[in-house]
Structures are given as C-alpha cells and as structure tokens.
Design a protein around this ligand. Sequence first.
Ligand code: PLP
Length: 394
Amino acid sequence: MAIYLDHSATTPLRAEALEAMLPFLTGEFGNASSTHGFGRKARAALDDAHERIATRIGAEAREIILTSGGTEALNLGLKGAAWAGKGHGHRLVTSPVEHHAVGHTLRYLEKFGFEVVELPVDRYGRVDPDQVEAAITDKTILVAIMLANNEVGTIQPVEEIGRRVRAHRDVLFAVDAVQAAPYLELDVHALGADLLAISAHKFEGPKGMGALYLRHGTHILAQQQGGEQERHRRGGTENVAGAVGMATAFDLAAAERPETVRRMKRLRERLQKAVLAVDGVELTGHPKDRLPGHLSLIARETDGTAVSVSLDLNGIAASVGSACTSGSTEVSHVLTAMGYPEEEARGALRLTLGRTTTETEIDEASAVIPPVIASMRMGSAAVAADPLGVGAGA
Ligand code: PLP
C-alpha cells in the first residue's frame, strides 16, 4: 500500500462520518423542504448539522450557510459581500498567497470595476497587520486573508489583522480557514471574522461539502438563485447526507484536536529531520507558525514534478504544492510572492501528514524520500542513470 502524504489535498472519509451519512443516502431520503414526515426527518438532521458546525466555531446555527465546498463558500462570501458593498466602495484588500478560490474570485470581480490591492508577504508568506491597516481607505469594503496556507502551511496573524479590520465599521473581514479547520481551534469572534470558509474533505468529511460562516447582520447578495434554502442565501435542495457527514467529522476532529496535533507534530518533526539532511533541501514557510502536519520544501536543482512522480513510483504520494497547481507547468504563485526565484520554486515539494498517518509510515517515508530526492538533483550522475529515480530507495 502506498503511503499517503498529501492530506492538504484531501483526506479519507472517516468511518464514523460514513456511518452517520448512510441512513440519509438510503431510507431517510426526504427533501428537507417537504412538510411530511420524510421531509421533517431530513430537516431535523440538517438543522442539527448547522447547530453542530456553528458550535465548533463559536457561531450560531443561523450564521452557517452550507455549500458544495470551500470554493463555493469563498465565491459566495467574496462576491456576495463585494456586490452588497458596492454602494460604499470598490476596494478589496488581500494577499498574494491566497488559494485560487480567493485570488481568482477577486480577479473576476476586478472585471466589474472593483479594485484589488495585494499586500506583500515576507519570506515565510506572512502578511504584516500594519500593512493591512495602511491599505484600508474609505473606499475599502473587504479584507480577505487566509488563516493557514495550503502550500507552505504558514499561519497568518489573523487575530491581529481581524482587530485592525474591525476598527473600521464598514469593512468586512473574510477568512479562508479551509486548511486551518482540522488543526486550529476556530473562534469567529476571536478571529474578528465576518465571513469564514471551511471544507469537509480536509477533515475526513465528504468531498463536495463546505460551509460559509456569515456574521449575523452581514449583508451579502446570493450568488445562486432558486429556492429559499439556507435562509435565502443559497438556493437548491440541500445535501443532507453531506451535511451530517461534515458535522460528524468536524465534531470528532475538534474533540480529538489536541491529541491529533501533538502526534502529527512529533511525526512531522521526525520526517523533517530525515528530509532536511539531504544536501540542497530547505524548508519553505514559517518554521514555527505552521500547520502541524505540513512539511513543504524546496529541493534545489530538482524539478518538483519529477520528484513527486519518482516518489509515487516508490510508494509515496506527495505533491508539488497545491492540488490545483499539480499537473500544471505554472510555478507556485505562493513561492513567487515569498521571493523565491522561478528556478528554485520549480523544486517545490509538499509532504502533508494527517490524523491517520502512522509511526510505521513515517519510518518508511523517512527511509525512502531522502535518497529519491538526492538522486533527482540535476547534474547528479544518478539522474542520468535513472531519470525517474525508480531504482532509488527501493
Ligand atoms: N482554500 C484553501 C486554502 C484550500 O486549500 C482549498 C482546497 O484545497 C480551498 C480553499 C477550496 O476548497 P474545496 O476543495 O472544498 O473547494
């Protein structure tokens, strides 16, 4: 069996979530909007899912809009807030290291006359809260900064940024917490968030299921017209099984979080030590303020895509960066924004552990990965003899 070290891309569905979902995929198939018994059962399960998800982030059930994932939650929140705020202003402030679900959504809004201000980040990918504050003018309607980065794992000083944004009454603060949700305790009030997005498949829930927190009283324009579902914010028959699976997985992830984080950090440190011992390999992202299972690297004089193919052939599932940029020849926009030149950024590799990663897997990965990377360094005699590194580490 291959060793899965790509938990930032997605996680396996946990058994408890599947078990909780099954009745709603079989006998209890009612439409939550129907008034008969079938419908009432579905409605009760859906209401309970809203309540449980809300409780885990310090929110109220009425502040949760269930969506088809993180991307939809962010599209709804950002576009919805931008259009609703158009009367006040047109300036949107963000960072250059956001996931494309934020970056591309804001670029889309630019086509309609919104101005997007991208703040610089430091070598670790962090935004300076002073710069956020300085970028806010009377035309600013929204600030969007992620809590934890999907490529390098860096955690942003979001609480501090939230404080600065909230000092301005008409400016909304949107937080992409998709990567952070499994591992960081989320409290929307402590973060100062008006909008916050999470996605179930990052914490062992089902794919295609997410949520947008919308602070009570915050006005957004619905982006999907239809029925009155999700308090008129998102038309369409609800995915009851998905909602139940998401709530179950999130409850468990939150309850087990302290122990999960401790274990994952310990295993990550062990793998990190083994991989950083290879010549020319260095850590990217913040050395301390990072997600517990995240190990992102640059292996100088390598091509990250070739390394990940070689690792795959050697039984290790890794990625070059975000799942979305895998398979494309584009260099990571995150590493570029952090100041890495293109030739270095090409050597990016991301290894991400999950709750289910075992000691044995990390022992094996620590033995297999270093020689594969070493053999892939350009100009090394080993590359010429074995271009895909198939023989290495085997
Ligand atoms: N934001 C971040 C930081 C992510 O890592 C991802 C997915 O990788 C998303 C948003 C999009 O979430 P989804 O895959 O649920 O659409």
